[in-house]
Write a protein of this length. Structure first.
Lengths: 396, 359
């Protein structure tokens, strides 16, 4: 095989560097009642982006904690208006059924009104998902050149709602259609400098990755049929098996879909990708990570809670003041422990899995990069604030 | 004497080409010279990455006041020399006017939230509350009452049901409501709790807590308080309050992912118990009470006496009596509203029965 013009993508993460950073920023977050989390996120991203290499050159994250904080302030106002109004209207409608459904019709209406109050945030979540990715791209540099994504979150939201509805109506069978179309929507609006990305492939191409989920769905469907036929034992077994099969299938799907969608992306000038992430490896990294986090987290909790325990053991009759002191220290110790677990999970679960995905990618036709020219800066109005307010940020 | 020239990687910020340049110390010893550039030491900023990645601070620039160009020096003599001399390597530059911008945004967010919570929400919830059909309101009120019972620490029902007491309560209720043309069918009950309080819930439910019966010395005092609460009911104050709390709770509930409506009911219960109506609503309820007490021949003296007693108690006063004009004024207002007692509300035996309703 001809390897000229190829660049291997790699991730050089080092637990010994990321852990102190994650723990330190996490502790600052606790001290500042969560305000510092924006700066923490920016610092961790600057570090993680710097570990991603395409060939010999690193990615760079230029976002700042300050702009994320300001974006959050803006998002809170938008959310407050939206949620308050939506909730009030739903309350006004729902109050007629929620408290005391009189008949079957009202029970159905009650169910719908409860489901609606959840669905009310769904459009916002889709909107926020697009905005978050757009912000990340707008603050990513490679070789001094900006990435960008067009301002089209509204269209993404509409499409997302339609494809979600299709997925639900088809009992999950059309999920690959949603995955493909939404990813394509974002990819086609992504730019590196003056060069645009395109999504090749077809949505039906995802079905080989989706196979095991379909098996799970069919098993659950069968279990329902069997239950109607009147053998609850077999039905329960089939249902449970189908659920587990489907869950594992979902992991396989996520991994292989990433590979397929990556390998069918291309950039102006003939730049493309090869990607071969392995589901087995991801699962193994996850299990290994959980084990390490459990082990180290256990040690940490012993270290954190032991002094508290010994202090309490020495006291015969605690005074009111001492009880308050112990309660406060207990809360602090608990928050500290949560922070430690968060940092450990980031370092030993999220980072290795990210590393595997990143490392599975090879850039082909890399000569195209040399022809790319700079683009103007994108001010990114809400800087992911919406996603943060809805608490839907991923690990990084 | 500076270090020897070294090769470095240069991204010019215009093209994505990776360029190799020779970097040397500028002749005056206060900058780096390479290609056609001279970067002064004091404007160099370090970017996170392997080796020494440098950017140039500029007034404009993008989200950070940095030029997009990057110079990557490998670890070595030149990198060490730069680290030793470039004083601003780790400086966090902020654009001009950042402080003003932060203050502005925080103020804006605060004002917007305040406007939503105190202006916008009350208006829209009042509007929606007025649309609520009566029978739904009654059902909702029952849910709120159950919530209040829970908040008062009850496992089961707190409703007092001594038959003689109930009969007395019924008599008092009829005296105040019969033939008055009220919109609501008043549902009166007593909760077995030592708190000195009374409140109205949506749907015409009015509740007296036992503490109030213990504190009151005549049936007329209780009747006065009842008339005040009926005033709230007729003005639809409780349901409006519940809707307002639902709006605020909605923000919390949806962010917390609460889809059961539990938060809304919890908030409603809390609001009702604290009954923080507006001054205007309280004044209107007082006026309603004066009028009602006069028409039914109960007289306002009982209500006035009750206000006086509350005044004498000092600090520990239930919210529904203290959020507005000092109680003294309210006592006076009640007295001057006139309306002498024509006929006692309850006789001595009935009054004793009412006080023993939780017995």
């Amino acid at each position: 095989m001809d390897h000229t013009g190829e660049l291997q993508v790699s991730y050089r993460g080092d637990p010994a560097k990321l852990f102190p950073l994650a723990l330190g920023t996490g502790v600052l977050g606790v001290i500042t009642l969560g305000i510092y989390r924006f700066w923490a996120k920016a610092r961790i991203r600057r570090h993680v982006w710097g570990q991603v290499r395409v060939g010999d050159d690193a990615m760079e994250f230029t976002g700042t904690g300050l702009e994320m904080f300001l974006g959050f302030l803006m998002a809170v106002v938008v959310l407050a208006v939206y949620l308050a109004v939506v909730q009030l209207i739903l309350f006004a409608v729902g109050i007629r059924f929620v408290f005391d459904p009189q008949n079957e019709m009202q029970e159905i209406a009650q169910g719908i009104s409860i489901a609606l109050s959840f669905l009310a945030v769904l459009p916002l979540m889709l909107f926020a998902a697009y905005r978050a990715r757009r912000y990340k791209l707008a603050r990513t540099r490679f070789r001094g050149i900006r990435f960008a994504m067009e301002n089209a979150a509204g269209g993404y939201m509409l499409r997302g709602l339609i494809y979600l509805l299709l997925t639900v109506v088809s009992l999950g069978l059309l999920w690959p259609l949603m995955t493909y179309r939404l990813e394509a929507y974002m990819t086609e609006r992504t730019w590196y400098g003056g060069a645009r990305f395109r999504q090749g492939g077809r949505w039906t191409g995802l079905y080989s990755a989706y196979f095991h989920v379909v098996v799970g769905i069919v098993m659950i469907g069968l279990s329902v049929l069997v239950a109607i036929g009147g053998s609850p034992g077999l039905s329960g077994f089939l249902g449970a098996l189908g659920a587990v099969w489907g869950m594992i299938g979902l992991v396989i799907y996520r991994v292989r879909a990433f590979g397929y969608l990556m390998a069918t992306k291309e950039m102006d000038g003939g730049l493309g990708f090869r990607a071969a992430p392995r589901a087995g490896r991801v699962v193994w990294l996850y299990i290994k990570g959980v084990f390490i986090v459990g082990l180290l987290g256990g040690v940490a909790s012993a270290i954190i809670f032991a002094p508290l325990g010994t202090m309490m053991a020495g006291v015969e009759e605690p005074s009111a003041l001492l009880q308050v002191e112990i309660a406060v220290m207990g809360v602090v110790a608990y928050l500290l422990l949560l922070t430690v677990f968060g940092a450990l999970a980031l370092v030993f679960i999220s980072q290795p899995i990210l590393g595997h995905f990143v490392g599975s990618v090879t850039v082909t036709g890399a000569e195209a990069i040399d022809a790319v020219r700079q683009r103007v800066s994108d001010r990114g109005a809400d800087a992911e604030g919406l996603a943060d307010a809805l608490d839907m940020g991923g690990a990084f | 004497m500076g270090p020897a020239p070294e090769e470095a990687v240069w991204f010019d910020g215009v093209s994505a080409r990776r360029q190799t340049v020779v970097v040397e110390v500028s002749p005056d010893g206060r900058g780096l010279r390479f290609a056609r550039e001279v970067w002064p030491l004091d404007r160099l900023r370090r970017i996170e990455g392997e080796g020494l990645v440098l950017a140039l601070a500029v007034a404009e620039g993008d989200e950070l006041p940095h030029d997009p160009a990057r110079l990557v020096l490998a670890e070595g003599a030149l990198a060490d020399w730069v680290r030793g001399r470039a004083t601003g390597l780790h400086r966090r530059d902020l654009k001009r006017g950042t402080g003003v911008k932060i203050a502005g945004r925080i103020a804006l967010a605060g004002v917007a939230l305040a406007a939503i919570l105190f202006v916008f929400l009350p208006r829209i919830s009042d509007l929606l509350a007025d649309q609520l059909p009566l029978e739904q309101e009654v059902v909702f009120g029952q849910a709120v009452l159950r919530q209040v019972e829970g908040m008062l620490g009850a496992e089961g029902s707190l409703v007092c049901d001594n038959p003689a007491g109930l009969a007395a309560l019924e008599k008092m209720e009829r005296r105040l409501t019969e033939g008055q043309g009220l919109t609501y069918d008043i549902d009166l009950s007593v909760f077995d709790h030592e708190m000195l309080n009374a409140f109205a819930a949506p749907g015409g439910h009015v509740v007296i807590l036992r503490g109030l019966l213990d504190e009151a010395e005549t049936a007329e005092e209780v009747a006065g308080v009842l008339a005040h609460e009926i005033g709230h009911v007729e003005a639809r104050d409780p349901v409006r309050l519940a809707f307002r709390s639902a709006g605020s709770a909605g923000i919390l509930a949806l962010v917390l992912g609460d889809v059961t409506g539990g938060t809304v009911i919890a908030f409603a219960g809390d609001y009702i118990l604290r009954a923080s109506y507006t001054r205007e609503a309280e004044a209107a309820a007082d006026a309603f009470a004066h009028d009602l007490l006069e028409r039914t021949g109960v007289g306002t003296e009982g209500l006035a006496a009750f206000f006086d007693r509350i005044e004498g108690m000092g600090g520990d006063v239930p919210e529904f009596l203290s959020t507005h004009p000092a109680s003294g004024n309210r006592a006076e207002a009640a007295r001057s509203a006139g309306g002498g007692a024509e006929e006692p509300v309850l006789n001595a035996a009935e009054w004793q029965a009412l006080r023993g309703i939780c017995g």
